[in-house]
Design a protein around this ligand. Structure first.
Ligand code: MRU
Length: 345
């Protein structure tokens, strides 16, 4: 399942807002429309947003390549800022924008050379993401005992990445080894990524999946049905605190109470070592109508007050291990993140 495709100046995205009812790809030839696609979550998931932003900047470089060098750089800075402002929590977005910036800021290249180098870099980012997910799958599946039932939240699968997935990548790898009995997928209100995307993705792969509403997770743990929990991440602070889809924190607290291992799977591009703890992670507040409605249908009085934080922060003390492409990270997180990712990062 490929959510992001690029060929010769055209970016094609699988419109995730339409899944599972319609599988529809949309073509993009300018970065402004890609910014809208990220904001409206036609493309979503931390690594997928990063890859998409890289390609959006390739489209910008193509659009502006005939301009003089200084105007070209000004326009590229504006495009980068618009992309950076699209969603605030997933650090992969900023990581990819920075990687591309190193190229378009170069003084010794023509605009044409910049465009070509950026195109190769975006393709490299996409290929690296897929490879990192496969590595995480291999590393993470070691943690899964035979005959496991695994709970996951939101969608951290192929759709959220360049392919294979982070949390779902580990599940896929464990399933290939015959270790996964069943996956429980939280529906993940308000935008239902678990119901719409994770259930769809796992069914496409023939992995047994049971859909639950978010408020059933505690019951399932209490019944002894869940052997471990694996989720993705949008940003991980230097001390190991993890921002992920709203509801992740509640799951981690429940997991601690029920003595169920709680794993986070994320590539190195999801770590933000510039921030000390999760308290510094900006949490996106989305439109309140997403809570008052399901799709186009009002499920609450139109004028009722609501809040809509899209993410929450799980303190590292609730996490059993973080599965990364560079290896497994356990407590002491502060120390081991630096050691596993390398001090230079
Ligand atoms: O709002 P979303 O759908 O972009 O949120 C996605 C998540 O929270 C995922 O768990 C996270 O990005 C990891 S995806 C590999």
């Amino acid at each position: 399942m490929e959510a992001i495709k690029y060929t010769a100046g055209k970016l094609t995205l699988l419109d995730q807002t339409l899944l599972p009812n319609r599988v529809e790809y949309k073509e993009f030839d300018n970065y402004r429309d890609v910014v809208k696609a990220i904001k409206t979550m036609q493309v979503r998931g931390a690594p997928a947003i990063g890859v998409t932003a890289a390609y959006a900047l390739v489209l910008a470089a193509l659009e502006f390549r005939e301009l003089g060098s200084s105007e070209f750089k000004q326009k590229m800075a504006v495009a980068s800022k618009e992309l950076a402002d699209s969603r605030p929590t997933a650090v992969n977005l900023f990581w990819a924008i920075e990687r591309m910036k190193k190229i378009w800021q170069a003084e010794n290249l023509t605009n044409g050379e910049i465009f070509e180098t950026m195109e190769r870099e975006a393709q490299a980012i996409q290929a690296e993401d897929l490879a990192m997910n496969e590595t995480m799958g291999e590393i993470g599946q070691e943690l899964i005992a035979p005959n496991s039932t695994i709970l996951t939240h939101c969608n951290a699968g192929a759709l959220a990445t360049a392919g294979f997935g982070t949390a779902l990548g580990v599940i896929r790898a464990a399933f290939e080894k015959g270790k996964v009995k069943r996956v429980f997928a939280d529906e993940t209100r308000p935008l239902l990524q678990g119901a719409r995307l994770t259930a769809y993705e796992l069914m496409e792969d023939g992995i047994p999946v049971t859909l639950i509403t978010d408020n059933m997770a505690g019951y399932c743990m209490q019944q002894g049905w869940i052997d471990c929990i694996i989720v993705g991440a949008d940003r991980i602070a230097a001390n190991g605190d993890v921002a992920n889809k709203i509801g992740t924190y509640g799951l981690a607290v429940l997991a601690k109470f029920h003595k169920i291992p709680f794993y986070v799977a994320a590539p190195y591009s999801t770590f933000d070592l510039s921030i000390k703890s999760g308290q510094e992670i900006p949490i996106e507040e989305r439109k309140h109508d997403e809570v008052r409605k399901i799709g186009d249908y009002w499920i609450a009085p139109e004028k009722v007050e609501a809040i809509n934080p899209a993410f929450d922060v799980t303190p590292h003390s609730l996490i059993t291990a973080i599965i990364t492409d560079k290896g497994l990270i356990k407590a002491d997180f502060q120390e081991n993140i630096k050691r596993v990712l390398g001090y230079g990062y």
